[in-house]
Design a protein around this ligand. Structure first.
Ligand SMILES: Nc1nc2c(c(=O)[nH]1)N[C@H]1C(S)=C(S)[C@@H](COP(=O)(O)OP(=O)(O)OC[C@H]3O[C@@H](n4cnc5c(=O)[nH]c(N)nc54)[C@H](O)[C@@H]3O)O[C@H]1N2
Ligand SMILES: Nc1nc2c(c(=O)[nH]1)N[C@H]1C(S)=C(S)[C@@H](COP(=O)(O)OP(=O)(O)OC[C@H]3O[C@@H](n4cnc5c(=O)[nH]c(N)nc54)[C@H](O)[C@@H]3O)O[C@H]1N2
Ligand code: SF4
Ligand SMILES: [Mo]
Length: 882
């Protein structure tokens, strides 16, 4: 740890903790509000965010209600005590192992677990059950980076820090929508660029994303062709004599990598020779270059080659480990890094030790005093669920992840879990596609109740601290796992009383690992004791007796046997699924700004549902026209893996022949919008990471006979073929559609709202084919349904705002003259809509700051600022065209 601790700016009653969501790892100051919730603000002292938060972090307090929380253990749907539930889990696992061997059981865990939870899960499976049948959702997320780092560096090290993005003269963002997925880091980058306008930003992404707003250059390459781009760059580096000969003495494999790179003409990128030349020129001209990469790189059948193609360029030029330069993998989940450090993958051991290395295994086995550690790596996520499907895995414990939604080939995975003999799910809610399949449901403490550590993208270990007591009977994930370990007979090995004890053991092991030449060393944090652990400030690893290392590899010092890095010869390969006449579209998938994965938490905050309220498919106007798909109608996306139905969002943000869909909707929120139902289980051969962004699909019109929009104070019970439901301030809203028009809309609405008796107003326009129904209780609007043969046109936000009020004429569908319609919400924090912003722009406001002053949009968390800029740009383009 460096220097004196910073002055403590926490106010009275404020607890320092870390955000629950992305790998930026922002510090939060949270205070119980006395009514079961919390109030919070960004921690000004945290080095990741210096007080900033994005829309998701800012709304964390709104996601903590006990509604939907799993409050007690359940067996086959019945609430039971912990003793019964954990007795059953330990007994079923022990019996299955006795009958069928250790490889008949498995754990599937998560980068959202704390390091301490992860440590115990791994120790139990790999050390004591004696199987390597444990993998994590990080396989879907970071595995290609891990494989690429290990090939090049000898270990999974992120060399740089966030500050490097601010110090760089050129930042290249490859397959990263930083503006939406790492918003606070994006804001830091945007602020650095504003302060130093000479700084250049390049976005490499087939799609024009919100991140492109900051870009001086957007390279809309063909999906999967990143290796070709970086091979071209390596060839240009060589041709221009831009290598660093002194640094190359720390590197092996230059000639072979260059040989492979020279074979590449760059045509498969789809970029013009001018674009390729301009990119190479920019890279060559700026020594201080950081290449940030994320899921556009990792989630690919050539993901690890993409990573090495990027690392090759940095190694050849020695642009690594010095301020403002280096390759930089931004991590997704709050503890994606911690999970890698603690050995969460089926082929790793704690402290960056390797399962398939005999010396490493011996070290860990003797440290744990474990009976045996398996010699071979376990199955990677896709294979693990394949073994569940084949009945080879008979008892499965899923912790802190929702694979029935997020795995590729999700319908098949869901069915395999459903058919497994014994399924345990630990979650904070019972309302997930996976939890619905569990025999045993175990309530875990959630964010705000948990206590432990996480590591962010820049190797910063931060504490998550409890602000609230556990909900109901919930227990910490490490505690549940440790008790099962004890009940399975390993009393001493799992005799943990606190997260601090686990961390202490882990820190001690890291010292031994470091003595074997590993990078991950936090021996300096061993022996903190309960109070030292309680007070632990954000700390970047390594933490040795000598202090910390800010950046790795400036002078070589790689973790390979000879200490030299490896450049890896790589050749571009197209995505595994081939497009063709039957499946002509390349399906890209990813995230939206205000939702987190399968929405179990973010969708609890009404304000986060305002930005984008239903699953959609971005499709190019020319493709939409050719298919006869009108904006806002529904489309069917299908291939041999499966199918789904999504709302068409016609936009030239995507290229022709490519479509994009978000990953967030589920059986709970929009059953026909589960996008992983059409993503095949194809993986990178080295990393086992699925190719989540390049399925081949057919897109056709889904001909709806009717469309509907509904609001209700109670949750709706739709059963039509298309529906998407989300929470709003006073209840719920839903989009609906069907292929057969009901003969009696009132009866249909009464069933949908479960209101057999409530007084109802109906307006039918036979000529237009529309019906509008409103239900009132004591003069208050409690439900309404608008139906039409075409997509329902009405001011949705207006109708939502009437819910629960003494509404006058709700069936007009429009606000009265006295009440302007804000339009679709852009700024979620301060509720500013597109119409309000449009009016301000039309009135002469011409900057993001000006919009902030005039409408207050973008003045809280700032996550919507890229969209404000896009609105301004669109207005400028229209003006120029006029
Ligand atoms: N709002 C929000 N933020 C999140 C999350 C969330 O759920 N919601 N999840 C977190 C997690 S776990 C993760 S892993 C991160 C992910 O963060 P990102 O990786 O930034 O997010 P994605 O939207 O999955 O994908 C990034 C981009 O890759 C592009 N892409 C697709 N194919 C290719 C290709 O072949 N080459 C290139 N160069 N680009 C391609 C896509 O068009 C997309 O814009 O986000 C984290 N942050
Ligand atoms: N097509 C496609 N598929 C993808 C991706 C993509 O880009 N495209 N991205 C992939 C990536 S990068 C990721 S990271 C995954 C994410 O996919 P998942 O991990 O499946 O998604 P989450 O919704 O984050 O699931 C976390 C679960 O843990 C629960 N939970 C929250 N806190 C706790 C806790 O403290 N303890 C316990 N026990 N449970 C808790 C939540 O309620 C939720 O059910 O999706 C992957 N799938
Ligand atoms: S950027 Fe947003 S989601 Fe990510 S850690 Fe910070 S506040 Fe949380
Ligand atoms: Mo992720």
């Amino acid at each position: 740890m460096d220097g004196a601790p910073p002055p403590d700016t926490a106010g009275p009653g404020e607890v320092r903790t870390t955000c629950a969501y992305c790998g930026v790892g922002c510090g939060i100051l949270a205070r119980p509000d006395g009514a079961g919730g919390i109030t919070l603000r960004g921690d000004p002292e945290h080095p990741a965010n210096h007080g900033r938060l994005c829309s998701k972090g800012f709304a964390l307090g709104e996601t903590l209600s006990q509604e939907d929380r799993l409050l007690a253990p359940r067996v086959d749907g019945q609430e039971v005590g912990w003793d019964t539930a954990l007795g059953l889990v330990a007994d079923r696992f022990s019996r299955t192992i006795a009958e069928h061997g250790p490889d008949s059981v498995a754990f599937y865990v998560s980068g959202q677990l704390l390091t301490e939870d992860y440590y115990v899960a791994n120790k139990l499976m790999k050390g004591f059950i004696g199987s390597a049948n444990i993998d994590t959702n990080s396989r879907l997320c970071m595995a290609s980076t891990v494989a690429g780092h290990r090939r090049a560096f000898g270990t999974d090290t992120v060399p740089g820090t966030y500050e490097d993005l601010e110090l760089a003269d050129l930042v290249v963002l490859v397959g990263s929508n930083l503006a939406w997925c790492h918003p606070v880091l994006y804001q830091r980058l945007a602020a650095a660029k504003a302060a130093r306008p000479g700084m250049k930003v390049v976005v490499v992404d087939p799609r024009r994303t919100a991140t492109c707003d900051l870009a001086d250059m957007h390279l809309a390459l063909q999906p999967g062709s990143d290796v070709a781009l970086f091979n071209r760059l390596l060839a240009a580096i060589d041709a221009n004599g831009a290598t660093d000969p002194a640094y190359l003495s720390h590197v092996e494999g230059y000639d072979a990598a260059l040989g492979a790179a020279r074979e590449e003409d760059g045509a498969t990128t789809g970029l013009s020779t001018e674009e390729l030349a301009a990119f190479c020129k920019l890279w060559l001209a700026n020594e201080r270059v950081v290449t940030v990469f994320s899921q556009g790189v990792n989630q690919s059948s050539s993901g690890s080659d993409k990573v090495n193609a990027i690392l090759n360029c940095h190694l050849a030029t020695g642009r690594i480990g010095r301020p403002g330069m280096g390759p930089f993998s931004v991590t997704g989940q709050p503890n994606a890094m911690g999970g890698r450090e603690v050995g969460g993958l089926a082929n790793t051991l704690a402290c960056h030790l390797e399962l398939e290395n005999a010396a490493h295994r011996d070290l860990v086995r003797s440290f744990w005093d474990a009976p045996a550690i398996p010699e071979a790596a376990g199955p990677k996520a896709v294979d693990l669920f394949q073994r569940v499907r084949e009945g080879r895995i008979k008892a499965l414990w899923i912790i802190c992840t929702n694979p029935a939604v997020s795995m590729p080939d999700a319908d098949a995975v869901r069915d395999a879990i459903g058919a497994c003999d014994f399924v345990v799910v630990s979650d904070v809610t019972d309302d997930t596609d996976t939890a619905r399949l569990a025999h045993v449901l175990l309530p875990a403490t959630g964010w705000g109740e948990k206590d432990g550590t996480v590591t962010n993208s820049e190797r910063m270990i931060s504490r998550q601290r409890a602000v609230l007591p556990p909900a109901g009977q919930a227990r910490a994930d490490w505690d549940i796992l440790a008790e099962v370990g004890r009940r399975m007979g390993w009393t001493e090995a799992f005799d943990y009383r606190s997260a601090a004890e686990i961390f202490d053991e882990y820190a001690a092991l890291s010292g031994l690992a470091a003595a074997m030449g590993r990078d991950f060393d936090i021996l300096g944090l061993a022996g903190l004791g309960p109070s030292g652990y309680a007070a632990l400030p954000p700390t970047r690893w390594p933490v040795t007796a000598q202090g910390t290392t800010e950046r790795f590899f400036a002078k070589g010092g790689f973790f390979t046997p000879d200490g030299r890095a490896r450049m890896v010869p790589v050749t571009a390969r197209p995505p595994a699924a081939r497009t063709g006449p039957r499946h002509p579209f390349r399906l890209n998938t990813g995230r939206i700004r205000d939702q987190w994965h399968t929405m179990t938490r973010t969708a609890k905050a009404p304000r986060l549902n305002q930005h984008l309220g239903e699953p959609f498919l971005e499709i190019h106007p020319a493709d939409a026209a050719a298919l006869g798909v009108a904006p806002a109608t529904l489309v069917r996306v299908a291939n041999p893996t499966g199918s789904c139905i999504l709302r068409a969002l016609v936009t030239d943000r995507v290229q022709q022949g490519q479509v994009f869909a978000p990953i967030h909707w589920t059986g709970v929120t929009a059953p026909s919008g589960r996008i992983d139902a059409v993503v095949p289980g194809v993986t990178d051969p080295l990393s086992g990471q699925p190719e989540s962004k390049a399925a081949a699909v057919a897109v056709t019109q889904w001909k709806a006979a009717w469309f509907g929009f509904a609001v209700s104070t109670e949750r709706l019970r739709p059963d039509c073929p298309y529906w998407a439901q989300s929470r709003v301030e006073n209840g719920w809203r839903a989009e609906l559609a069907g292929q057969e028009t009901p003969s009696d809309w009132e009866a249909e609405a009464r069933r949908l709202f479960a209101r057999p008796q409530t007084p109802c107003q109906v307006i039918t326009d036979r000529a237009a084919g529309t019906t509008r129904l409103a239900f009132f209780e004591d003069g208050r609007l409690v439900a309404a349904l608008f139906t039409a043969p075409d997509p329902v046109a009405l001011s949705r936000d207006h109708l939502v705002s009437l819910l629960g009020t003494q509404a006058v004429a709700p069936l007009s569908g429009r606000p009265g003259a006295d009440m302007p319609d804000p339009g679709p919400i852009v700024c979620a924090c301060l509720n500013v809509g597109a119409n309000t912003l449009g009016a301000a722009i039309a009135g002469g406001v011409d900057s993001v700051a000006g919009l902030g002053t005039c409408t207050s949009a973008g003045t809280n968390c700032g996550s919507c600022r890229p969209e404000l800029a896009a609105l301004l740009n669109a207005a400028r383009r229209m003006e120029a065209a006029e």
